[in-house]
Design a protein around this ligand. Structure first.
Ligand code: BEZ
Length: 213
C-alpha cells in the first residue's frame, strides 16, 4: 500500500463487481471516473449515499463520468443490499459495486485506515480523469454521508480547467465567473475568452464561465 497523490496514475485492478468482473482501466475507457468506498453493506448512511449516487446518474452521464462503489463485503451481500437501496431510496442502482473481500483494491487505494477501523473501508473518494490520473482525493469519516453535489461541483471545475483553461474561485458554483489560469498569456485572452474578462490584478483575471451560452 502506498499513498495515492494527485497526479498519480490511478492503480489498475481486476475485481468482481455487481455488474461482472471489471478491469478498472478498461472499464473506465475514455471516461472520467469516481471510485468511492463505504464501510459496509446494510448500513444506514451508506444506503442513503448509494441511493443518492443512483439518482444522480444523469448528472454523472452528462459529464462523461463512470462511477464505481466499493466495500469489503461480497457480491451476494451487495446484490441483496441493492434491493433494499432501490426500495428505500426509491431508485435503481445502476453502477457497479466492487466486492473487495480480499481487500486488494482497498489496499491499493489505502481505503482502510486502521486507527479508524482495522477491517472496514472509510469513505474515500477518488476522481480520475480520462488519462487515468487522480485529480481529487477526499476521505470522510464513516459517520458522515458525503455531499455528492460537492463531488459534481469539483468534476465541473476540473473539466473547466481541462477543457477551457479556467480555474474556479472559492465557493464557485455553476454559472459563476471563473478565473483564467496563470499559464494563459494576456495576448491569448481575446481568442480564448471572447466573452471578455476583467483584470482585477495581473494575477487575478476573471471571465464568465466559458462553456455557457
Ligand atoms: C453507516 O454507514 O451508516 C455508518 C457507519 C459507521 C458509523 C455510523 C454509520
Amino acid at each position: 500500500m502506498s499513498t495515492i497523490r494527485l497526479g498519480d496514475t490511478a492503480p489498475n485492478f481486476t475485481a468482481q463487481t455487481t455488474e461482472g468482473e471489471i478491469n478498472f482501466h478498461n472499464w473506465l475507457g475514455d471516461s472520467w471516473g469516481v471510485l468511492f468506498s463505504h464501510p459496509a453493506d446494510y448500513t444506514p448512511v451508506c444506503t442513503t449515499e448509494l441511493g443518492t449516487v443512483a439518482k444522480y446518474s444523469d448528472e454523472f452521464n452528462k459529464r462523461n463520468v463512470k462511477v464505481a462503489a466499493l466495500s469489503v463485503d461480497g457480491e451476494e451481500s451487495h446484490h441483496g443490499w441493492i434491493k433494499d437501496i432501490n426500495e428505500t431510496q426509491n431508485t435503481t442502482v445502476n453502477f457497479p459495486i466492487i466486492a473487495d473481500e480480499d481487500r486488494n483494491v482497498s489496499t491499493l487505494y489505502d481505503m482502510i485506515h486502521p486507527n479508524a477501523d482495522s477491517k472496514l473501508t472509510v469513505r474515500s473518494v477518488f476522481i480520475i480523469d480520462p488519462d487515468k490520473k487522480v485529480k481529487l482525493t477526499i476521505t470522510y469519516p464513516a459517520s458522515t454521508g458525503r455531499n455528492f453535489d460537492e463531488i459534481l461541483r469539483v468534476i465541473d471545475s476540473l473539466q473547466l480547467t481541462a477543457y477551457h483553461k479556467v480555474a474556479t474561485p472559492a465557493n464557485w458554483k455553476h454559472g459563476d465567473d471563473c478565473v483564467i489560469v496563470p499559464a494563459v498569456t494576456n495576448e491569448d485572452i481575446p481568442s480564448l475568452f471572447p466573452k471578455g474578462h476583467t483584470e482585477i490584478k495581473p494575477y487575478l483575471r476573471i471571465t464568465p464561465q466559458p462553456n455557457l451560452n
